[in-house]
Ligand binder design. Structure first.
Ligand SMILES: CC(C)(COP(=O)(O)OP(=O)(O)OC[C@H]1O[C@@H](n2cnc3c(N)ncnc32)[C@H](O)[C@@H]1OP(=O)(O)O)[C@@H](O)C(=O)NCCC(=O)NCCS
Length: 337
């Protein structure tokens, strides 16, 4: 029998339990993608529980011997999308098909409803060319509908410098400049970045996902950079600026976990709709990659996720040398209270 334990104190009394909880995610990642798989570390996840922009809850499924065999999480945004909850359920590969996943999911869903969250999202991952051997049937069985399919791709570093230089150079005369910065941005850019983040929630392909526009201000941007530093990550951004007005019109971000810098994680990339068509996506990503190679020589790959219908972003990634190496699907269940 498995007992579901609420992990309320990941920093102190339940530190080991939280590490074991995170260990289930790591075991699942290695099971799906092989021994090189890397994702959020236990310490990163622990620090993320302090986030003020999300309410995060964790449950461990513990068997009679005290081993953590399953993990569930709930992430609820606090600034916007107040009906949304991201539900994560993972069962250790050695303990599947015994009802543990269902028990954890029922716990997480009940909690989401208590918090009046009715748009439930979850994701599943699998290898390219394989079938999603567990998550897909589980999600469908529990009433989730496929809402978006996402391709995971990686770029090996150091990448071809000449190719990156060529992507960055030769465009300076068209009225935009691309600048990179590590670990934060000038104060005067905070408002522009807040607007970009808001547009990131409206101007990208959403599939069938029920997502609301996000609310961003300077303080949220500032806090976001502080949170990234607090979880032990460095961050390199490339921004596109419209020279005539000084307006920030695009950005792309890569985060590098300091404890394990080999794999860096690509985050948002956006060019505002009205500024598309100037190869800014390619230029920003190329500039960001050059800065990453310079500032983080231990990083050997960057991993990115893109909607399968995001032709523009996928083409940019192909131009830069990204290789498709994983699949992900977003699932959604909308319930009534
Ligand atoms: C998906 C996952 C959480 C299921 O955990 P589990 O403890 O094995 O799930 P349960 O035993 O409660 O399965 C419930 C039902 O889901 C379906 N299901 C689960 N795994 C399945 C599989 N591999 N193939 C087909 N159906 C499956 C079945 O209908 C199953 O009922 P049954 O065993 O009576 O046929 C687990 O396989 C896992 O951790 N996968 C990787 C992470 C993931 O994809 N999470 C899902 C997010 S929604």
């Amino acid at each position: 029998m498995v007992t579901i334990v609420l992990v309320e104190d990941p920093h102190d009394a339940q530190r080991q339990l939280f590490d074991d909880w995170a260990g289930v995610f790591a075991a699942d990642g290695r099971h799906t993608f092989g021994p090189d798989h890397s994702a959020h570390s236990a310490d990163e996840l622990r620090e993320m529980t302090r986030s003020t922009s999300q309410h995060r809850i964790a449950w461990a499924g513990v068997d009679q011997s005290g081993t953590v065999v399953g993990a569930a999480g709930l992430v609820m945004p606090r600034h916007d999308n107040l009906a949304q909850a991201v539900v994560t359920v993972v069962v250790h590969p050695d303990h599947r098909r015994r009802g543990i996943g269902t028990a954890l999911l029922e716990q997480a869903e009940a909690s989401a409803l208590e918090h009046r969250r009715t748009v439930l999202l979850t994701e599943t991952q699998w290898r390219v060319g394989a079938r999603d051997e567990s998550g897909e049937d589980f999600a469908a069985r529990h009433g989730y509908a496929a809402a978006q399919t996402v391709l995971r791709s990686s770029l090996s570093l150091p990448a071809d410098r000449a190719r990156l230089d060529a992507a960055v150079e030769g465009h300076d005369a068209d009225g935009y400049v691309v600048r990179t910065c590590w670990d934060g941005i000038p104060e005067s850019w905070l408002a522009g970045r807040a607007e970009l983040s808001r547009r990131m929630s409206t101007d990208i392909p959403m599939g069938d996902l029920v997502l609301e526009e996000e609310r961003w201000d300077e303080e949220r941007v500032r806090t976001d950079y502080q949170r990234i530093a607090a979880i032990g990550r460095r961050v390199v951004d490339a921004y596109a600026q419209h020279e005539a007005t000084g307006q920030l019109v695009g950005y792309t971000q890569v985060q590098v976990p300091q404890a394990d810098p080999q794999v860096a994680f690509q985050q948002d990339t956006l060019v505002m709709r009205e500024h598309r068509g100037h190869r800014l996506g390619l230029r920003m990503k190329a500039a960001g990659t050059l800065a990453l190679m310079e500032g983080s020589p231990d990083t050997t790959s960057v991993r990115t996720w893109n909607a399968d219908d995001n032709a523009a972003m996928l083409a940019v990634n192909r131009d830069l040398g990204f290789v498709h190496d994983g699949m992900m699907r977003e699932w959604q269940k909308v319930v009534t209270l």
